[in-house]
Design a binder for this molecule. Structure first.
Ligand code: FAD
Length: 431
């Protein structure tokens, strides 16, 4: 017999937690909502995994989810108090959207009136790409709490050992910083000419790479990992690079390489740009099926185009918007369409940074971007068609963040780029 729910959320990540919170806020009867997750824990702050979760002194212990703007903390008990069923350690292996039914690996079936797909991303394994020796022990991937726990144990077991981090994206950067704080000898390897190359300009990257070097992280760019060797216990021992170099390693972490988890729905729902296509209320092409968070490709009104983003804030906001739209539709009301301003942040060593808006066009750098400074603080604007369309800030950024958000949203004209560089943060403050 299928277990039946009025609302079913597939996925137990950030978007699921926020959606549950919004359902509860709108008024929910006990037993109406369930979350199905293959993870063993309630939704939690996934972003913390590569940050405070691996802190050598005071590791932040999950699962907790901090819900803004009300700063409420969702613990596992919160779901039972609200009558929300958490169906954990349950992987869905079959979805029949026409029949409104999901089937788990254990053979249970679940049916629903309304489904919210919040399955996020999954890692691409080097073994799937045919990299030789990639199934050795102590090669880790990093997406879920289970991955973080395994890495945490390895860090303890391989005290003062050598770690190689594969990839130059933000997760690789955060993990490299954390491994270094745990006293490992860390080398990052990536093929691009600089770190975070899809977002960072060469100037922003120069600061970050310089800062990482100062902290003792080795960086090897413009090369890729082609294989691994293992010791007699099957544990990784060496990392082989395409340029012929060989690195010793006790731990390898693959920080990059993710794809949206859409496989369950192939051929049943419209897809676009690798994700599940939605409208501005996160409705998919199938009636009563919504998609939110990293897996959704949705219209960004501000830029008049469909995008899929892998950002925390969007996971929260999209989940809340979808639930508002679901409840409004039930009550015969309407809600405003999603009006998203891209915002992404990261934090490694003691350096927070944040990007807001669009990274297209020319750029200007301003502020103190020397890795040798005691308190570096700098930013960059992106300028397209004479307007400021995006902003990046690094260092102690709390004071300027609102002003930068405003700039990225209103996209003010700029007459003189040299003047803009001189004004820097004060340009945003006076808009
Ligand atoms: P997720 O949070 O990934 O949740 C997906 C859930 O679906 C998981 O619980 C998964 O197990 C479950 N699931 C998938 N398929 C199935 C299935 N078939 N059956 C059952 N369950 C399933 N963003 C930022 O903006 N700033 C940051 O600093 C930042 N740091 C990050 C650090 C790390 C280590 C990671 C991994 C991500 C980080 N992000 C950051 C990105 C951010 O966490 C994501 O954008 C956000 O988690 C997306 O939420 P989601 O609910 O869409 O997906």
């Amino acid at each position: 017999m299928a277990k039946t729910f009025k609302y079913l959320i597939l996925g137990g990540g950030v978007a699921a937690g926020y959606a549950a919170w919004e359902f509860a806020r709108q008024g929910l009867e006990p037993g109406e909502l369930a979350i199905i997750s293959k993870e063993a824990v309630a939704p939690y702050e996934r972003t913390a995994l590569s940050k405070f979760y691996l802190d050598p002194e005071l590791p932040n212990r999950l699962p907790t989810l901090y819900v803004f703007p009300r700063r409420e903390i969702l613990l596992p008990e919160w779901y039972s108090e609200k009558g929300i069923e958490l169906i954990l350690s349950t992987e869905i292996v079959k979805a029949d959207l026409a029949a409104k039914s999901l089937t788990s690996a254990g053979g249970e079936t679940f049916s629903y009136q309304i489904l919210l797909i919040a399955t996020g991303l999954t890692v691409i394994r080097l073994s799937d790409l045919g990299v030789q020796g990639a199934d050795a022990k102590n090669i880790f991937y990093f997406r879920e709490i289970d991955d973080a726990d395994k890495l945490y144990e390895a860090i303890k077991a391989k005290k003062n050992g050598k770690a190689v981090v594969v990839g130059g994206g933000y997760i690789s950067m955060e993990l490299s910083a954390r491994l270094r704080c745990n006293n490992l000898d860390v080398t990052m390897v990536y093929p691009e000419p600089w770190c975070m190359s899809r977002l960072f300009t060469s100037d922003i990257a120069a600061f970050n790479e310089g800062y990482y070097a100062k902290k003792g992280v080795n960086i090897m760019k413009r090369t890729v990992v082609v294989g691994f060797t293992a010791n007699s216990d099957g544990e990784v021992k060496e990392v082989k690079l395409k340029d012929g170099r060989v690195l010793e390693a006790d731990i390898v972490v693959v920080g990059d390489g993710l794809r949206p988890q859409t496989a369950l729905f192939k051929g049943q729902v419209e897809e676009e740009k690798g994700g599940i296509k939605t409208d501005g209320f996160f409705k998919t092409s199938v009636p009563n099926v919504y998609a939110v968070g990293d897996v959704a490709t949705f219209p960004v009104k501000l830029y008049n185009e469909l995008r899929r983003v892998e950002y925390y804030e969007h996971a929260c906001l999209s989940a809340r918007k979808a639930v508002e739209a679901i409840i409004a539709a039930e009550e015969g009301k309407t809600v405003e369409e999603y009006d998203y301003l891209p915002l992404f942040y990261s934090h490694a060593f003691e350096q927070p940074w944040c990007f807001i808006g669009d990274n297209v066009g020319d750029t200007v750098l301003f502020g103190d971007s020397s890795p040798e400074s005691s308190f570096p603080k700098f930013g960059s604007y992106w300028i397209k068609d004479g307007k400021v369309v995006g902003a990046f800030l690094q260092g102690r950024i709390d004071e300027e963040r609102d002003a930068m958000e405003y700039v990225a949203r209103v996209r003010p004209s700029v007459q003189n780029v040299d003047e803009l560089a001189r004004e820097g943060f004060s340009f945003a403050r006076k808009i």
